[in-house]
Each structure stands twice: as C-alpha cells, then as structure tokens.
Design a protein around this ligand. Structure first.
Ligand code: SAM
Ligand code: SF4
Ligand code: SF4
Length: 357
C-alpha cells in the first residue's frame, strides 16, 4: 500500500490555482490561498493528554488566559467575517477544549450568519452528550472527536484525568443523533502507548459512517517531551490496518485536505492517516489559526503571532483590519514540517492547547 501521490499532486495544484472569488483572496509567498480558519475559543481543558498538556506544566499553578483577554463572541464573529471575505470557507472551533467556553451555541449561532461557510468543531467529546443537540440547533455542521484508544486503561492513562472511554462514546452517539455526523474520530498514535490498540479502534467504527483518523505524534510546542522514536510512521499504520482489513486509497475530498484517505475494500467505510511528520503537506496548507486572545498564527509551529485584538480594541475599522489580515497572509512563507530545520530551536513555539491543532 502507498498513498495516492497523484491525488496529492492534484490537490497541491488546486491549492495554488483555486483562489475563490477572483482577486479578493490573498496568496502567501508560496502561492497558497486562505481557506480554513481555526478558532481557539479557550486555552483551558478538562483533560491533560500527555502529548498536549502534561500535568507537570499545565498544573494548578499554570497561568491560563484571564477572561478579559479572551476575544468576545462579537470580536470572533467580526474577524471570522473578514476572513470569509478573503476566501475562508471553513471555520473550525477548537481550544483547549472548546466546549468549556460558556454559551458556545450562542457563538455558533452568530457565526452561522456568515454566508457560505461550513462550521466544524474539534472536541475531546467529554461534554458532547449534553451539548451536541444545542450546538446542532445553533448551526454547527460537523464534529471531530478525539479518542486515542478504546482500551479504557490506555485511554485513562493518555488523558491523565482518568476519564473513561464510555462517556466519549456516548458523546459520539449524541453528535450523530443530533445530525453532526459523520463524525471524524482523531487518534494520536504514540509508539509503545496505544499503537497496539489501533486495529480495535478501526474495527469499532467499520461499517458506520464515522471515519477514524490516525495522527502521527507531532513535535508541536515545547512541553510534550516529543521524541522521533515515539512516532509511528503512517505507512506502518496503513500496513497494520491493511493486514487486518484490506484497504485501497481514495482521492482527497478537496485541496488542502490533511488526511491520506483509504477505504475498506469490502465497502465497510473509510479511514484516514494524518502524516504530518513523515509526509508533510505544507504545499497545500491553506489554514490560519486564531488564538483565544486574538493572535493570528499562520503555522502550527509558529513562535509569534499577529495581534488582532489590539487592532479590534483600538477601534480600527474593517478596512484597516482586513488590510492587516491581507498583509499577514501575503508575508507567509511557513513550511515548518517540510523543512524540519532548526530554525525554531531554542525558541518558545506556541503550544497546541493554545492554538488548537
Ligand atoms: N481539546 C480538543 C480535542 O482534543 O479534540 C481540541 C483541541 S486539541 C489541541 C486538537 C487536536 O490536536 C486533537 O485531536 C489532539 O489529539 C491533537 N493533538 C494534540 N497534541 C498533539 C500532538 N502532539 N501531536 C498530534 N496531535 C496532537
Ligand atoms: Fe485537552 Fe484536547 Fe489537548 Fe487533550 S488534546 S489536553 S483534550 S486540548
Ligand atoms: Fe501548515 Fe505549518 Fe503544518 Fe506546514 S507545518 S502544514 S505550513 S501548519
């Protein structure tokens, strides 16, 4: 088995050529357009996944953002509208854990008024049982739920809060029942931690519309103790799943899609592999990220962001803020995962829980 490289080449060409709305879409220095905006709505979380928020760093003494520093729903919506005018077609709520932000359905309802955007959310699923229906009613389109293993002991160890698998599964069911499916299920793979439990995870969702996606453990931030030998290359994961349930590659859904997609040869659905480390996809990266306090990042591995909250709160008009967005995107030449250079060595890269993945 090998990834469908032709499809990836096509996706790259589309990302370079497919500027929406003619001239309104800025292009970065590598010719990439702006399509996706990830909105982190809080830097807090109720889990402490060791690959993201290790307890030793994110403990009782950790200084999370003060409430006054968070963008208000009005500020988030205004910025999202300005991004949409520049070609963004997909908004993704993230965090920290986005469902911890009070009144989240009210934010979704406000974002829903922006024309022609899809609204998705990435969540750990812990609060979905009660929130899925109100979020769907407010206009959320889809959810991605993170679940690293079906083995309860392994999952409790990975989330480091002793949180059980069963409640996340109930959250996934609630999301599907509310019309937020097919649900994508993200599992970060760490060698020696959960890589022996992946076939079981795939098996659980075979034959359902939901799509499991295995993610290579990434060296994002500076606190998660990342080591290359803990990364299981996606090619090995594909081989592992293929041996249990034969797979064949599927073409990318749209330019810039991050997962290598496969379908089960017996028609039991799809599965994806996110190969950020071993086969980076910077060439088709059309994503911008807005932190909960209003900093704009053009790469997951950035060390600095552009302060948009300052512009908002100084009374700048839409034209001035829009020009700042254009300038920031046009100056972008990020391709960290392709270079994997020492350019950021010794610098404090932004944390996943702050920027939202
Ligand atoms: N709390 C939500 C959740 O867990 O889905 C949203 C935020 S979380 C930072 C977004 C995604 O990043 C999750 O799917 C999580 O598993 C993934 N993630 C976090 N740290 C990672 C790492 N070091 N490598 C790969 N993926 C990571
Ligand atoms: Fe929380 Fe998500 Fe990070 Fe886990 S991956 S600690 S659930 S923000
Ligand atoms: Fe995009 Fe940066 Fe990730 Fe490359 S490393 S895919 S530029 S976020």
């Amino acid at each position: 088995m090998h990834p469908d490289l032709d499809a990836l080449e096509d996706a790259r060409d589309d990302a370079l050529e497919g500027a929406p709305d003619g001239g309104a879409a800025p292009r970065d220095r590598l010719g990439r357009v702006l399509r996706d905006l990830r909105l982190s709505v809080t830097d807090r979380c109720n889990l402490r996944c060791r690959y993201c928020m290790p307890q030793e760093v994110f403990g009782a003494d950790f200084a999370f953002l003060p409430r006054a520093d968070l963008l208000t729903f009005e500020e988030i919506t205004r910025l999202a509208g300005l991004f949409a005018a520049r070609g963004v077609r997909k908004l993704r709520l993230t965090g920290g854990e986005p469902t911890l932000r009070a009144d989240l359905p009210a934010l979704v309802a406000m974002l829903r008024a922006i024309p022609d955007v899809e609204i998705a959310m990435t969540t750990n699923g812990t609060l979905l049982k009660s929130l899925a229906a109100p979020l769907a009613r407010a206009g959320l389109d889809r959810v991605t739920v993170s679940l690293d293993s079906l083995d309860d002991a392994v999952f409790r160890q990975m989330n480091d809060m002793d949180f059980p698998v069963a409640l996340v599964l109930e959250g996934i069911d609630a999301a599907a029942a509310a019309g937020l499916g097919p649900v994508k299920i993200n599992a970060v793979v760490r060698r020696g931690v959960n890589d022996h439990t992946l076939v079981a995870l795939a098996r659980r969702f075979r034959g359902t519309p939901h799509v499991v996606r295995f993610i290579e453990f990434m060296d994002v931030g500076t606190t998660n103790g990342w080591r290359l030998d803990e990364v299981v290359p996606a090619a090995d994961l594909v081989r592992q799943i293929d041996a249990a349930f034969p797979l064949e590659p599927v073409e990318a859904n749209y330019p810039g899609e991050v997962a290598r997609r496969y379908r089960y040869c017996d028609g039991a659905g799809e599965i994806g592999f996110i190969t950020s480390v071993t086969q980076p996809f910077c060439g088709t990266c059309t994503r911008a990220r807005l932190s909960a306090e209003g900093r704009l990042y053009t790469c997951l591995f950035a060390v600095a962001g552009t302060d948009l909250r300052g512009a908002l709160r100084s009374g700048a008009g839409d034209a001035a803020i829009g020009a700042l967005l254009d300038r920031t995107w046009r100056a972008r030449d990020d391709r960290y995962s392709e270079q994997r250079s020492d350019a950021t060595a010794g610098l404090r890269r932004v944390e996943m829980s702050y920027i939202g993945g």
